[in-house]
Design a protein around this ligand. Structure first.
Ligand code: SF4
Length: 487
């Protein structure tokens, strides 16, 4: 997939998990709300690259622009931003999908409410049956489109309809809504995905965004996170909480910290960069004997590799950090993201993506660090390193083995996961061409998140620490009553 990371365009093959989107919302009387929403979507494009859309309300009408592609392509090349003097509210979404069509692009609009969503509802079939909603509405069958139809089955003002419907929703959801006079944002009670609230620096208005790293470009500063289960309304009177659905435990997606979020975001109160450095520090306990240098798989392994190299253990052994793999940031612009979601495009992507730097790797025994292993395209990287003269290639992976699907908005493709196709660790190591392979354990992962060593107890570690780790453990915090796969 095409991914923008830290302002650089790089090719992320479908080896990497795909998140189900980013959302932004803006309310301001004087500022250009569409432009602020656009800036937010550009900053959050790492969460979804298949399409982008913005809906504004201009005082009498809703206007939506949505199309396929990165936010900068959708609004910089294919369409113009709606520039409306009177618009006070905007909502927007960056979308990831495996087979997106224009009819599934967000925001959706119906009966005075525009909606954009990050997450996955787990009781959508139950909702459809209960409220007698057809499988497709205007060509769209996604959980978001059905959620909007459920909202509009309720009675009352837009705010009342939204609140009534939200109490029926289960799973992972961050919704932003635009109504005629307000911006409404809500986060699911278990807090799966991050959502932050900011204040526009000139004092005229507020923003919400999936990650707070978007706020700088939106001209805003962070106030706080939207609480799990909280619904807020922003209008001319300011921000107010209109509901909190409090649960005694949370299920914050730990994969946000491992891979999805930008390193400069603060997610669930944890600076993502610090979390990944801490993962690296823990991985350093497992450094093989004969290592000369620590090397990241760019760009996903950089933070954890820095953590390995900065650890006392690596410094005591004099093992430096070196980047020996080059990724051409311009290749994605030419190829486009579509090549890489085609099954036989993946291998092509993995081989073309990286070039090993002989001057760094020749004669070296190196430890490669990456955030996760999904399908095994790491073997192409290892091949290139060995062809460039690496004496040995070890791997430290900053996540446990991923064996289970995610029901909450991240697309792994369970059947193709290397941990399932090659369950034996030593066979997997050989398949990847590695001299050794270590995955962070689930207990070590929780240790990185909490800062405390955790005695792994399968029954308690999950709830005690308020994280979802179902893709690693198979223990799902919310049962599913008919999930619609992202389309
Ligand atoms: Fe995140 Fe994995 Fe849980 Fe999905 S299953 S919400 S990716 S931790």
């Amino acid at each position: 997939m095409l991914e923008i990371d830290k302002g650089q365009i790089s090719l992320e093959s479908s080896e990497k998990p795909q998140d189900g989107c980013a959302v932004v919302g803006v309310y301001s009387r004087k500022n250009n709300v569409a432009e602020i929403a656009f800036n937010g979507l550009v900053e959050l494009n790492h969460r979804g690259q298949e399409g982008a859309g913005i809906t504004v309300h201009d005082g009498s009408n809703f206007i939506t622009v949505k199309d396929s592609g990165l936010a900068g392509i959708v609004f910089g090349v294919k369409n113009s931003l709606p520039e409306l003097q009177d618009a006070r509210v905007a909502v927007g979404q960056d979308r990831y999908s495996t087979s997106g069509s224009l009819s599934e692009m967000q925001p959706f609009l119906e009966n005075g409410i525009a909606i954009a969503h990050n997450g996955n509802l787990t009781n959508i079939e139950w909702l459809r049956r209960k409220y007698n909603i057809p499988e497709k509405i205007d060509g769209a069958s996604s959980d978001t489109r059905i959620a909007l139809a459920v909202i509009n089955k309720m009675k009352g003002s837009p705010q009342e309809r939204i609140l009534k419907a939200i109490s029926e929703f289960e799973g992972a959801f961050n919704f932003v809504f635009a109504t005629e006079g307000s911006l409404i944002a809500t986060r699911d009670p278990l807090g799966f995905r991050p959502l932050s609230l900011g204040k526009i620096k000139d004092g005229d208005g507020y923003v919400v965004a999936s990650e707070d790293s978007a706020f700088d470009s939106m001209g805003a500063e962070k106030m706080r996170d939207v609480f799990p289960g909280e619904t807020i309304v922003v209008d001319d009177e300011g921000v107010k909480t209109i509901n909190i659905n409090y649960k005694s435990k949370l299920a914050r997606c730990i994969f946000e910290l491992i891979y999805i979020a930008r390193p400069d975001s603060v997610v669930f109160g944890i600076p993502v960069m610090q979390f990944r450095l801490r993962e690296g520090e823990i991985l350093a306990r497992h450094l093989p004997e004969d290592v000369d240098l620590v090397m990241p798989v760019p760009r996903s392994g950089i933070c954890a590799a820095l953590g390995v190299a900065a650890s006392e253990l690596a410094r005591a052994r004099g093992i430096p950090y070196m980047e020996g793999l080059y990724t051409n940031p311009y290749r994605g612009v030419v190829d486009g993201p579509r090549t890489f979601i085609m099954p036989n495009g993946r291998d092509k992507a993995a081989t073309e993506k990286y070039r090993a730097n002989n001057s760094v790797v020749e004669g070296m025994s190196l430890v490669l660090v990456d955030d996760s292993v999904l399908r095994g395209s790491m073997r192409f990287v290892v091949d290139k390193l060995k062809a460039s003269g690496a004496k040995a290639v070890h791997a430290l992976i900053a996540a446990p083995e991923i064996k289970h699907d995610c029901s909450y908005g991240v697309d792994f493709g369970k059947k193709e996961l290397l941990a399932n196709t090659t369950p034996n660790l030593d066979e997997r190591r050989k398949y990847l061409g590695l001299d050794s392979l270590y995955h962070l354990s689930y207990a070590e992962l929780i240790e990185a998140a909490t800062g405390n060593e955790v005695q792994l107890n399968n029954k308690t570690v999950f709830s005690e620490n308020d994280y979802c780790g179902a893709c690693f453990t198979g223990r799902y915090p919310v049962e599913t009553r008919g999930v619609i796969t992202k389309s």
